[in-house]
Design a protein around this ligand. Sequence first.
Ligand code: F6R
Length: 592
Amino acid sequence: MCGIVGYVGNKKAIDVLISGLKNLEYRGYDSSGVALIDTNSIEIIKSVGKIKNLEDKLKDKNLDKFNIGLAHTRWATHGEASLVNAHPHTIGNIVIVHNGIIENAKELKNELINEGIEFNSETDTEVVAALINKYLENDIIKTISKVMNTIKGSYALGIMVKGINDKLYVAKKDSPLVIGIGEDENFFASDICAINMYTNKFVFLDDYDIAEISKNSVNYYSNGNKVDKKVDTIDIDLNSKSKNGYPHYMLKEINEEPTVLEKTLKPYLEDFSSIPDLTNYDEIHIVACGSAMYAGMIGKNLFEEKANIKSTCEVASEYRYKNNIYTNKTLVILISQSGETADTIAALKKAKELGQDTLAIVNVKTSTIARLADKVVFIEAGEEIAVATTKAYILQVAVISLLALKLAYNKKLIDNIDTYLEEFKTIPKLVKNVIDRENDYKKIAKEIKDNENVFFIGRRYDYAMCLEGSLKLKEVSYIHSEAYPSGELKHGTISLIDKGIPVFCILTDDELYEKSISNIVEVESRGAKTIIISKKSLKQNRKLEICVDDVSQFVIPLLVVPVLQLIAYHTAVDRGCDVDKPKNLAKSVTVE
Ligand code: F6R
């Protein structure tokens, strides 16, 4: 993963770099570092842990004279999160920051060691620095091109060359990289959010691009040849960064769900014809990672049950390496909040190479997936800062439900479309009612916070919601949690059910009500402490039960999952966890 940022201009580079790093911290926070250059000197400062630690280290240094620099925030891939593995890395005349993975680093490193090169760190990045240093000649573009022909894998590289104190160089393959164009200043970054407070003009680099960045110009090269690039003007709301009085972004973002649902759904509900029509397809492959994949599982159930179309839902890291069987009318739907998830991008590219139609459900409009997919349906989550997704997940579910509803309607499998559309209009209000019952969730959090194992059970749609509830709980509270289809538990896992172990049971599916109840009783008979999340018509009147409104299957997940998100949130707070930045995670998984 990792995030990189660079600056050339008249400002104090350190200020630009630190603010950039803070905005990139969602990409990893194992360590960070900066490198600054002027005519006489180079300063490299690194620190382990969050950007705050780097800032503390910078306090007693005067770096104001530097107007050029690059910086990095790391999510460790090669080598532990230590000072020695923190970027920037230096070999000879080269100082480098890197987002990505160099797949042939090991063999290249062995060759370089045999040639007498000494390495300090365990990183793959140092190998790139060593290669650039080895091939270094007056024509830096030629040097970088040669290195790009030698390395394999993914990279966004920021390069500083000792002795060249008015330019930075960048190179890209498979990891995102954007150039920011300013007045007498230019920038580069992994994401526009690192630099969009300084400029609204951006150039998105393509694979195999190199850029030479100085204060007054940026030169672009593709496969070694000089090229022109399109400049995009993108204005972004900079107010979204505030916590708005909430103690954590996660809570703020859950509370934004009614507003972002309204914003996303309204245009489609006012003009139903604007929802893409999928009647031309006879099969749907849904591909995504993590929560986005769980949102896809709700979609898969709806497509199959309501729109009678064969559907699969798979994790992108598996899909990209499988022999996927297509009919000549298969649609591949990719779901991604960031639009930068490496495996989802790879699955999209593969489907396109094989000639399949692709449709992406994406939040970030400027992202790689948004730019590559044939069709895009945007969700309007705004910026999601908490590492654990909440509002974006809800919108992904809302949009895929609308796609399934429209397909079912077009195939004449439902006739009372107006009733459904009216129900969709009530979603923001119903979700707000759910979110407002804060004390109920705090109570459940108190019940589970001292447990180290929790289970979630449900069938069909309820199982898909269990997967998301379980992921949310484990990632923010560090309680081990597993989600099972209710009927599957007794095929092994039920041996783990002991007295007092919490089991969340989701109960919203009328057709499978009796089956689900039997499974609930099975775990209770073995001493489990069940927590039921039901809808009103299936209410069980248990001590630990949350009931949501009776709505159709298209809408029910949008009421149940906020309950699970809030229970996960309050449990994590009670356990003193770093809710917005859970350990080992990064918001955007840009390596495979
Ligand atoms: C979990 C979470 C992740 C993401 C996954 C995909 O809370 O946020 O599981 O859903 O990494 O990310 P996107 O949607 O950006 O492709």
